[in-house]
Design a protein around this ligand. Structure first.
Ligand code: HEM
Length: 492
């Protein structure tokens, strides 16, 4: 590593261990969030080295935009080290845990399923989910609704949207009590449990889910969701009259059956299901937590809430429901979401590995060196928060200023919550449609506020960023998770 500054530790931070930071032993479980850009500023470089003994890794943690651009775009020199994502393959082979030709086999049909029709469906269904929330028992007819933890509404909203626009099955705020013949639980219950316990579903092997009593329900939910999907494949194949459907599942099934793409083999049923499952893993918490952070931020920054409200009122001046055609005009909600993703990127890192001895160019030279020397098989972790808080590229990086994303020249290479390049997030449009529609609906009808307890507790802190850090204070799990945050929704 040529004495490049960084961390030397006994236990590799790349292996996720739920432990606190201990000097020379471990950087702790929250290493890729702690201090955001501060560790880089202290070391005087935007690339830190990480050397560990157990396992013996040499890796780099990268907050430099030029180095990151090279890592994501030079696909023959830097690949995705899929062995580090291996656990996700227990859902069935899928787009996330593949590389090279195998990845192309998945990416082509998956790309087709994220079609324009699907985008429109995501929009319409998100509006329906918001209307369903406003009509639900807890909300309808109330001037003020108190939510004990903001994710109590954002997780179900994201689940209902992926239920219909992803799986083609309508799940809603209403109770679903009909268990289909041959099943032990309803479809809603099965995918609710799977998504609620994503960490366990992803990290615990399937055999353990079957036999350990505390995990059995999760294991059953996982098997049930799988069985429902096999049935859905069978029913759609057997249907004499094909319904016109635009959910991802149908799109993927059709794309696989019609034309697997030049030189590609078809996806098997287990790969088809594997991909649908990873849409849940990749898209559910990330979307729900981003919305939760956005609502929390807007409750803290009331002036920003007025800005988004006024923008929505102007865009939808006659008070009508927003249509899919309005989406490009809703620039302020998108700016609020982007600024939320900059401050709280739900996925804190992605990885790459060098295939050969090579070099990596730097935007900020270190001791006069404009590149670092990289031996083959070096691992790289993108420091997403490190880059997003880098003061060289973001003025006043700790401030919540959505308007910075309205400037046509905002620094695109320094915003990577969805990664970048060929392997960037394929669900980005899905997310944007869903989140803009939901945020627009909520903001146009409700004012979101902190509860008096939360407001009073931190009122002694004059600095708004300090106050915000106490109120939002996220924890690091599979994604960045907002702390329990009660909110009030006051009817406008
Ligand atoms: C705020 C929302 C989201 C964020 C921040 C996010 C972030 C990311 C990131 C960082 C990657 C690259 C991962 C890596 O290389 O290790 C990724 C890939 C991916 N995302 Fe998302 N994502 C979001 C929403 C979604 C949604 C809604 C879906 C699906 C419905 C989705 C599906 C995927 C898939 C399938 C990939 C793998 C693409 C490939 O390898 O070709 N994501 N996402």
């Amino acid at each position: 590593m040529g004495y490049h500054p960084g961390w030397k530790v006994l236990l590799s931070p790349i292996v996720p261990l739920p432990v606190p930071r201990l000097a020379w032993i471990t950087r702790g479980a929250t290493w890729n969030w702690d201090g955001q850009h501060k560790p880089f500023a202290e070391a005087g470089t935007d690339v830190l080295s990480i050397a560990s003994l157990l396992p013996g890794y040499v890796s780099y943690f990268v907050a430099d935009p030029v180095a990151l651009k090279e890592l994501v775009s030079s696909r023959t020199r830097f690949v995705k080290p899929i062995e580090h994502y291996g656990i996700l393959s227990h859902f069935g082979g899928n787009i996330i845990v593949s590389e090279g030709q195998e990845w192309k086999k998945h990416r082509t049909p998956v790309q087709r399923s994220f079609s324009e029709h699907n985008n429109r469906m995501v929009w319409t269904e998100s509006i329906n989910v918001a209307l369903g929330l406003f009509k639900s028992e807890e909300w309808s007819g109330r001037e003020v609704v108190r939510i004990n933890h903001v994710i109590d509404i954002t997780l179900p909203m994201a689940l209902f949207v992926i239920g219909i626009a992803g799986f083609g099955r309508r799940v809603s705020w209403a109770e679903d009590t009909v268990i289909a013949p041959g099943h032990q639980m309803t479809f809603k219950e099965a995918i609710s449990i799977v998504t609620e316990h994503l960490v366990q579903t992803v990290l615990i092997p399937r055999w353990a889910l079957r036999i350990v009593p505390q995990w059995r329900k999760i294991g059953i939910a996982f098997e049930e969701a799988n069985a429902y999907m096999h049935e859905m494949i069978r029913l759609r194949r057997e249907a004499v009259v094909k319904e016109e459907r635009h959910d991802l599942f149908t799109g993927l099934l059709e794309a696989t059956e019609k034309d697997p793409g030049a030189g590609n083999e078809r996806l098997s049923d287990s790969e088809l299901i594997g991909n649908i499952f990873v849409f849940l893993v990749a898209g559910h918490e990330t979307t729900a937590h981003t919305l939760a952070f956005a609502l929390g931020l807007l409750a803290i920054y009331q002036d920003e809430q007025e800005n988004i409200y006024n923008h929505i009122k102007q865009t939808l001046s006659d008070g009508r429901l927003p249509t899919y055609e309005d989406m490009p005009k809703l620039t302020y909600p998108l700016a609020v979401l982007n600024e939320t993703l900059r401050l709280y990127p739900p996925g804190l890192t992605f990885m790459k590995q060098s295939v050969e001895d090579t070099t990596l160019p730097l935007a900020t030279p270190y001791k006069g060196q404009h590149e670092i020397v990289v031996p083959a098989r070096t691992l790289f972790n993108a420091a997403i928060a490190g880059l997003h808080y880098n003061p060289k590229y973001w003025e006043d990086p700790y401030a919540f200023k959505p308007a910075r994303f309205l400037d046509p020249n905002w620094p695109r290479d320094c915003f990577i919550p969805f990664s970048s390049g060929a392997r960037s997030c394929i669900g980005r449009r899905f997310f944007e449609n869903e989140a803009i529609a939901l945020l627009t609906m909520i903001m146009s009808r409700y004012k979101v506020e902190l509860t008096p307890e939360v407001r009073d507790r931190w009122a002694h802190l004059d600095d708004i960023v300090e106050r915000r850090e106490k109120i939002i204070n996220p924890t690091v799990s599979l994604t960045l998770v907002p702390k329990a945050l009660p909110l009030l929704f006051v009817r406008r």
